[in-house]
Design a protein around this ligand. Structure first.
Ligand code: HXC
Length: 513
């Protein structure tokens, strides 16, 4: 064998040695898969091509370096569900997955290739953050990554998967991406850790309570998806990718049509209760409308008064936004407005039509909401719906009151089609509020105020809130039989397939932040 070839083989052997049994064991003991196992799990079998496998860590002045190939990150590309995807996976076994200059350069190379080729990027994060001994070089590495996160935003899907620590300024790369996954119990994200919290505020808090998946999947809403272990988290990423196009110039892959569904679905007539104050679970309606009854919820356990989910209708990806009457009567508050606005922006970036299922009594009243800025945050939802140019269809299931009616994709702000079920109530406010304001004097003077209120409520429903008024005035397109909702959506999506919207050129709109 030629000497040059022997050298080549010897180098390969050295790399293999690095990934010995002890390497795997160390990470498995932490309840986690290794960086390499994770990335192999992400890609279709045999398709992963690694880049920069031999990169060593840069020399650092403050001691503590290791001789390790790859500089703590496995990077490359391959196929996910048959489509090209770029990915990197941080290796906690090498200097705690910390980001040195070479490590950053590997990630940047992946980001640049993904942007040039219009392919999604998946980052599997398991890192102690900026590599301390490399000082400014490692900080600058983050700057290089952040910049590409921003320039790729709205062009290619970017997905961050937190599978270990993500601390300090390092959390801002995931925050700039489209979706954040977290693995329960083994991952956490915070800007300042428990030690600093103790020092500065004298507060004692655990890592989990400060920034674990249980916090970010519910309270903060930072994590869009939480799964219980590494395997399921990566399966979740693959599932999400199946709903998304590779970039902003394409549409999501079309799947087989669900032929099992009948044209009419009688059960849809009986889910919304006759009593307008009774709650129901809007997920039952979603299941009956979408292909195979399957949908993937985004931020499932955060702001549960609104549902945001990807699904398919007639094989095409759609984004579903639905008020959830089961939680807080489906009112819009700060968290649900921001959650839905963010989801709309993602659908709009990636050419995914939006279906809105509306049953909203209004914005949540109260000093907390007002003082925390419901005006500004509610405006985000209004802005996102109005700004979105993808096909937009609304079905008003029951309540559509006040500003919330306008915000939830009314035709006035640019909804393409708007339909109402016979149970719909569309007005400035519900009967109670309206009667209290308009008939206060009469009610106080009435011999039988309860009887008068009952009569006024009926008149209000007959004369003001019923959907036939909105239908006749053209504010909605039709009052439909609930059983025909799916077939109506299919017909309208088809009619909107070539929708184009031209807007006045501007540097940027001033999104309410
Ligand atoms: C260099 C690091 C490191 C880092 C961990 N290691 N973090 N090396 N730079 N940032 C090394 C450790 O020295 C150790 O090496 C190995 O990784 C494993 O770390 P342990 O501490 O033993 O593991 P564990 O107990 O699980 O704790 C993990 C940890 C902790 C919570 C992540 O290591 C930690 O707090 N690290 C520092 C986190 C941090 O503050 N980073 C800076 C964030 S600010 P040996 O050789 O012993 O195995 C930031 C700025 C970004 O990132 C800038 C953007 C603008």
């Amino acid at each position: 064998m030629k000497k040059s070839y022997e050298q080549f083989i010897a180098r390969q052997e050295l790399l293999k040695k690095q990934y010995d049994e002890a390497y795997y064991e160390k990470q498995h003991k932490r309840g986690k898969l290794t960086a390499r196992e994770r990335i192999l799990l992400l890609f279709d079998e045999g398709t992963f091509e690694e880049t920069d496998a031999y990169t060593p860590p840069a020399n650092a002045s403050f001691g503590k370096t290791v001789k390790a190939f790859g500089d703590g990150v496995v990077a490359g590309f391959g196929k996910v569900n048959g489509r090209l995807v770029y990915a990197f996976s941080q290796d906690f076994n090498v200097l705690g997955g910390s980001l040195g200059s070479q490590h950053a350069a590997k990630i940047v190379k992946i980001q640049d290739l993904a942007l040039k080729t219009g392919s999604p990027v998946v980052g599997l994060i398991d890192s102690g953050g900026a590599r301390i001994q490399e000082g400014i070089s490692s900080l600058n590495g983050y700057a290089d990554i952040f910049k590409r996160n921003v320039l790729s935003s709205g062009v290619i899907p970017q997905i961050s998967v937190i599978m270990g620590p993500a601390a300090g300024g390092a959390v801002y790369s995931p925050a700039l991406t489209d979706f954040i996954f977290m693995t329960a119990d083994t991952s956490y994200m915070f800007v300042t850790g428990p030690n600093v919290v103790k020092e500065v505020l004298n507060e004692t808090v655990t890592t989990e309570d400060l920034g674990g998946a249980s916090v970010h999947g519910t309270k903060s809403g930072v994590a869009d998806f939480v799964y219980n272990d590494d395997e399921n988290t990566i399966l979740g990423v693959k599932q999400l990718l199946s709903y998304l196009p590779s970039n902003n110039l394409e549409t999501a892959p079309v799947h087989q049509k669900d032929v099992s569904k009948e044209k009419t679905e009688d059960r849809l007539r009986y889910i919304v209760p006759e009593d307008p104050d009774k709650p129901y679970n809007v997920k039952e309606i979603i299941e009956l409308i979408v292909d195979n009854g399957k949908f993937l919820e985004v931020s499932e356990n955060h702001a549960m008064n609104i549902i945001t989910a990807f699904a398919r209708i007639d094989g095409h990806s759609v984004g579903i936004i639905a008020n959830q009457p089961k939680v807080m009567a489906g009112t819009l508050d700060i968290d649900s407005s921001v959650k839905a606005a963010r989801f709309i922006n993602i659908c709009n970036s990636f050419n995914i039509p939006i279906i809105t299922l509306e049953d909203v009594p209004g914005f949540l009243p109260g000093t907390d909401q007002e003082h925390d800025g419901i005006i500004r945050h509610g405006a985000k939802l209004l802005y996102a719906y109005t700004n979105a140019t993808v096909p937009k269809i609304t079905i008003i299931l029951r309540k559509a009151y006040g500003g919330a009616y306008i915000v939830m994709n009314s035709k006035g702000i640019g909804g393409d089609f708007s339909f109402a079920w016979p149970t719909a109530e569309i007005a400035v406010m519900g009967p109670d509020g309206a009667i209290a304001i308009l008939y206060r004097k009469e009610l106080t003077e009435a011999e039988d105020p309860a009887a008068l209120k009952k009569e006024l409520t009926q008149t209000y429903r007959d004369e003001v809130t019923n959907p036939y008024i909105a239908d006749e005035k053209g504010f909605i397109d039709e009052v439909i039989d609930p059983a025909l909702t799916r077939s109506k959506i299919i017909t309208c999506l088809d009619a909107l397939r070539r929708k184009t919207v031209l807007r006045i050129d501007r540097k940027q709109g001033n999104v309410p932040l």
